[in-house]
Design a protein around this ligand. Structure first.
Ligand SMILES: NC(=O)c1ccc[n+]([C@@H]2O[C@H](COP(=O)([O-])OP(=O)(O)OC[C@H]3O[C@@H](n4cnc5c(N)ncnc54)[C@H](OP(=O)(O)O)[C@@H]3O)[C@@H](O)[C@H]2O)c1
Length: 280
């Protein structure tokens, strides 16, 4: 009988927390990773070779899988994901939990929305996790500028964001993969508050006990200074695009989906900063 659970992106920001949440559930599952010889995995997890760019890995990884946690790694094109979805459904995957982006339903050109549409038309059921900006962007991409210059250097203008903790997204994913009733639903995953970067800087200052400031660069200034620091131009421009919804005032919506699914409020930014304080 096919009842396996397979997690893609299992070493990444969200996938690693999906793995943690499933480890707590004690349900056996597979982590699909490019190098299964690397890393440490929970007792109930079997690492298995899986690469979106190597279709020869797909058949074995999807065999006997009922539920798939799917994400699109930033480096992988939409067509590859769509091909993998088709292969998964052909092999017998019955339910796909897909990590999408808050507001995807309003943007038909977004690769995430195109993947959602492909899943909606497939024979498998789906759950869309439309996540807001991850708090972990602050402990990963933006960590050096906070640590070294006490500065948040982000092209977000005065826009507010409803940051969500990746740990909460991982926990929600585990719930939707292991409990019934989430088929063909979309959840909007946000944190508990909508914060502009002045307020984010205040939270950092309060919790860390030193002043962290928001530099509020224009998009042009962001690209200029980021490139001057040796960051590839393509990446700097990508960051401007990523923060465009915030600049336009489209990224601040707060929902209660995390609380309804987890039975507790989502993690606040202050708690996140406290939990990760060693990073900064
Ligand atoms: N950042 C945000 O605020 C935000 C908010 C909402 C949604 N999202 C969406 O979240 C998704 C990214 O999730 P994430 O941040 O958890 O990812 P991530 O931290 O960038 O990790 C990517 C994962 O994908 C794996 N991977 C890379 N290339 C692969 C390939 N060819 N085949 C199989 N696995 C591969 C990586 O494994 P290796 O260890 O092998 O490299 C890693 O586990 C994106 O679709 C993004 O749009 C992001």
């Amino acid at each position: 009988m096919s009842d396996e659970v397979l997690v893609t992106g299992a070493t990444g920001t969200i996938g690693s927390h999906v793995v943690d949440a499933l480890a707590d559930s004690a349900i056996p599952f597979r982590a699909g990773v490019r190098d299964p010889t690397e890393g440490e995995w929970p007792e109930n997890c079997e690492p298995i070779a899986f690469d979106f760019e190597r279709p020869e890995t797909w058949g074995f990884a999807f065999e006997d899988v009922e539920t798939l946690f799917l994400l699109r790694p930033p480096s992988v094109g939409r067509d590859r994901i769509v091909e993998a979805v088709d292969a998964a459904v052909r092999t017998g995957v019955g339910h796909v939990v897909y990590l999408s982006v808050l507001g995807a339903e309003r943007n038909p050109l977004l690769p995430h929305r195109r993947i959602e549409k492909h899943l909606e038309a497939s024979d498998a059921s789906h759950t869309f996790l439309r996540a807001s900006y991850f708090m972990q962007n602050l402990s990963e991409i933006h960590a050096p500028e906070i640590r070294e210059r006490d500065e948040l250097f982000v092209p977000a203008g005065d826009g507010a964001l409803s940051f969500v903790d990746a740990r909460d997204v991982g926990a929600v994913a585990a719930v939707t993969m292991t409990e019934p009733g989430h088929e063909n639903r979309a959840y909007d995953l946000t944190g508990p508050e909508s914060l502009d970067f002045e307020s984010v800087a205040e939270r950092f200052s309060d919790v860390l006990g030193r002043r962290v400031a928001y530099a509020r660069p224009s998009s042009f200034e962001f690209v200029r200074r980021t490139s001057a620091r040796g960051v590839p131009l393509r990446f700097a421009v990508l960051m401007v695009g990523i923060y465009a919804p915030a600049r336009l005032g489209l990224a601040g919506r707060v929902t209660d989906d995390v609380e309804r699914l987890l039975g507790r409020p989502p993690t606040s930014l202050a708690t996140f900063v406290d939990d990760y304080r060693d990073v900064w």
